[in-house]
Structures are given as C-alpha cells and as structure tokens.
Design a protein around this ligand. Structure first.
Ligand SMILES: C[S@@+](CC[C@H](N)C(=O)[O-])C[C@H]1O[C@@H](n2cnc3c(N)ncnc32)[C@H](O)[C@@H]1O
Length: 247
C-alpha cells in the first residue's frame, strides 16, 4: 500500500514521488545551507551519532540510500574508510552537487560511485552490501514496506541498515516546543534560504505524519529485519535506528 507522505493516508505513489522530485530538484544547490541554519548545526551531531552506531568496517561495501548531496557518504568515507560506497538518490540534481564535493576531495580517497536509484526498486543483486546508510530518506517514500524489503534483499546476511530520521520527542513539553518551532520557523527559514516555502511546509507535515521510534522499528521488523534498536538525539527530535538482516 502506498501513502501520501505528507499525511500518512493511502494515496497513489506518484503523488509523493513527483512532489519529492520537484522539491529536491529545485532546492539541490541550497539544501546544505538550509540544513545548517534550520537545525542550528544539530544535524552534524546527529550524523556523528549515526557514525558511532554504524557497524561499518574497512572491508565493507556500503550503499547510501537517499544520499542527496552526499553528507552521509562523505562522513562514512572520512570516519570508516570502507572499500567502496555506492551513493544513490532519486533526484539527479542532488547527486550532481555530491559529485562536485568529490571533485573537491571530500571522498577521502574512498572509491565512490553515484547512481540515480529509487529505493523502492533497487537495481542491485541480492546480498550485495555489508551495510546500508539512509538519512532523512524513508520519510519521503510512499511505499515504505517495499523500500525496506528492497534494502533487506540487497544486504548481505548479517549486514546492517543504519537509518537517521526525524522522530517523536517522548517528553510532552519538549514535543510541544519542537512542534511550535516546526510550524513557525521551518517554512520561514526554508523560504528565506531556498525561496521554496511550500517545500518546507511539506517537510513539517511529513515529519508530523511519520511514525514514532517504535512505529519505524515495527516497519523494519515487518520487512524482515531483526535486532532493531534505536537511540534518540536532541530529546528524540531525531533517532538513529540500526537493524540487521538475519544471518
Ligand atoms: C532530506 S534529503 C537527505 C539527503 C541526505 N541523506 C542528507 O542526509 O543530507 C532526502 C533525499 O531523499 C531522496 N529521496 C526521496 N525519495 C526517494 C526514493 N524513493 N528513493 C531514493 N531517494 C529518495 C530525495 O531525493 C532527497 O535527496
């Protein structure tokens, strides 16, 4: 079943896919500046947490899903030095920005390839990768069970999915303050920095419609992952889930 990722209600997959292509193809060049400003730099702390939790070793082949402009790919390259990283995304304009960073030396000498890939239909053979990374990707996918099944399929047995995503602060007061910030400030920052207010209204809606920590863990288990754990960051505004493909 596919959903509208802005509401969580059943809808044709094209609705969300076309919207996400439209948003990210237009903001690609300004995406990184928006991230830095709107999160007050917190996204760097979340990324560092993601790396601490990621069981990635030097002999590993890594698949970065929804890799965007390459933040996760380059951080994995710098901190883990794996054998190879396949950085993929649905939107070619995002990967073009990532490619410019390789040209600037951000790949830390790790071989990195880029390919336009819809995570709901991954064009790689079964059991291909030791680890999959995905930051702020699954929330934008209209058929999440299918995307997670595809990730499970291309992971090697014993391999891990490491997923960073916005989540739900368990503390009521913190959650209320965060929601106020989401509604009042995110569309404002987005409009100021990228000129695309609607894209950021979508961002706030998709965050609110997204399952909480346990809900995402349940989706992962339903897809066949085991040993699903998560850690909250900034009081649960973000969470990093780690899930394993059974041996
Ligand atoms: C918020 S960005 C995150 C980019 C990057 N992971 C980061 O941490 O900066 C979300 C990305 O998900 C990508 N995306 C959305 N739906 C996708 C899909 N079905 N398959 C692959 N990528 C997708 C978008 O094109 C966009 O680049």
């Amino acid at each position: 079943m596919s959903i509208d990722t802005a509401t969580g209600l059943e809808a044709p997959a094209e609705l969300s896919s076309e919207r996400v292509k439209d948003i990210f193809s237009h903001i690609a060049k300004k995406y990184e500046r928006f991230n830095a400003v709107s999160s007050f730099g917190a996204y760097k702390l979340w990324l560092a947490g993601m790396m601490r939790q990621a069981p990635i070793e030097e002999h590993h082949d890594v698949l970065d899903i929804a890799g965007g402009t390459g933040d996760v790919t380059f951080t994995v390259a710098r901190t883990k030095h794996p054998r190879h990283i396949q950085c993929t995304d649905l939107v070619p304009e995002m990967l073009e920005v990532a490619q410019t960073h390789v040209d600037e030396g951000d790949g830390a000498g790790v071989p990195i390839d880029f390919e336009v890939v819809d995570a709901q239909d991954i064009p790689y053979p079964d059991d291909s990768f030791d680890a999959i990374t995905m930051a702020y990707g699954i929330r934008n996918m209209p058929d999440r069970p299918r995307a997670l099944s595809e990730m499970l399929r291309v992971l090697k047995p014993g391999g891990s999915l490491v997923c960073l995503e916005f989540s739900t602060p368990p503390n009521r007061a913190w959650r209320a303050l965060y929601r106020f910030y989401l509604h009042r400030f995110i569309p404002f920052w987005g409009d100021l920095i990228t000129g695309d207010k609607e894209g950021f209204v979508y961002l706030t809606k998709s965050i609110e419609a997204f399952p909480d920590q346990e809900g995402l863990a349940a989706l992962m288990r339903e897809a066949g992952f085991t040993d699903v754990t998560w850690k909250n960051y900034t009081g649960g505004i973000a969470a990093v889930h780690v899930a394993k493909k059974p041996e």
